[in-house]
Each structure stands twice: as C-alpha cells, then as structure tokens.
Design a protein around this ligand. Structure first.
Ligand code: FES
Length: 170
C-alpha cells in the first residue's frame, strides 16, 4: 500500500509530467527527464513507479523499463545514503583500481551494484571520472578522492561510518 508521502510524490510527478508535456506532443522526447525527476523523488526507480509513469504517459511499461536499464545513471534498487563509485577507466586501472575495488568490496561486504545492509553505502563502477591525473580515483557522493591506496580508501570509508554515527547520536 502506498503511504501518503508516496502519494504526495506521485502527485508531484504527475504535475511535472503535465507541465513538461505541454511543451511537446512527443512523450518519448521527455521520458528521460521524467525518469530523472522520478529518481530524485523516490531515490530509485522501482517497478510500481515505472508502471505509474507508463500509465500517465501512455507509453508501454516495457519501453520505460528498457530506457531505465540502458542508462547506467538510473538506479533500480534502493540506494545507500552514500554512493561510492570506483573508477575502472584505463588510467585508474593501470594504477591499481582493481585492488581498490577489491579492498572496498571486502570492507563493505558487498559487490558492485549492491547496497550495504545498514543502508549506508552503495557501490558502483565508473568509466573515467575526469580526474585521471589523480588516478586511482574514487568518487563518494559528489566528492573525488585521488591517489588512493587500499589503506587510504579503507580509512576514508571508516570516516564516513564515524560521521554517520555522530550525526545519529547528535
Ligand atoms: S580513468 Fe579514472 S579518472 Fe580517468
């Protein structure tokens, strides 16, 4: 059953679609913008939200699903509070990104595309974060960490855990 909070979000999404649809009569041309908005509202794109969009926009749900799964940007599962993206682009890879990835997987106990049980971290891979000079690079939320070692990234993750604990206590 949908909560009133979710109903509010659906209402907001409907309004967004109604506003944007006035600008063109081709729903396909603004589908990505709508999915973007839905992800901002709900945190990720679940099946119910995509079905809802399909009905509102009169587009087959299978098409919406195809678009959402094609773009790496769209998340289909609940995401952790912090998003960790490990750059596996060439420059980072030759500087040991594979080892960084293994260290992070071990530290968090999850694989790529997964979220920790406490809901604190989600782990993703990236293809060049545009900071090759600092390789190997990891992005956490919107912050870039460069010239990493396995020890440094483990310490950085511990720092996020500590500040999360403090914000809960405070
Ligand atoms: S390859 Fe990692 S930042 Fe460019």
């Amino acid at each position: 059953m949908q909560t009133s909070l979710e109903n509010d979000k659906i209402a907001e999404l409907k309004k967004y679609i109604s506003d944007i649809s006035g600008k063109t009569d081709k729903p396909e041309s603004y589908l990505i913008a709508v999915l973007h908005r839905a992800q901002n509202l709900f945190g990720y794109l679940n099946r119910e939200v995509m079905d809802e969009i399909a009905v509102i926009m009169n587009i087959p749900a299978s098409h919406i699903w195809g678009v959402a799964t094609f773009y790496h940007y769209f998340k289909l599962k609940p995401q952790g509070r912090h998003s960790i993206s490990i750059c596996l682009g060439t420059a980072c890879y030759v500087k040991g990104a594979g080892n960084i990835l293994e260290a992070v997987k071990k530290e968090l106990g999850i694989g790529l595309g997964e979220t920790t049980e406490d809901g604190l971290f989600s782990l993703h891979e990236a293809r060049c974060l545009g900071a090759c000079g600092l390789a190997p690079v990891v992005m956490i939320d919107d912050k870039i960490y460069g010239e990493l070692t396995t020890q440094k990234i483990t310490e950085i993750i511990s720092g996020y855990r500590k500040s999360n604990r403090k914000s809960k206590e405070g």
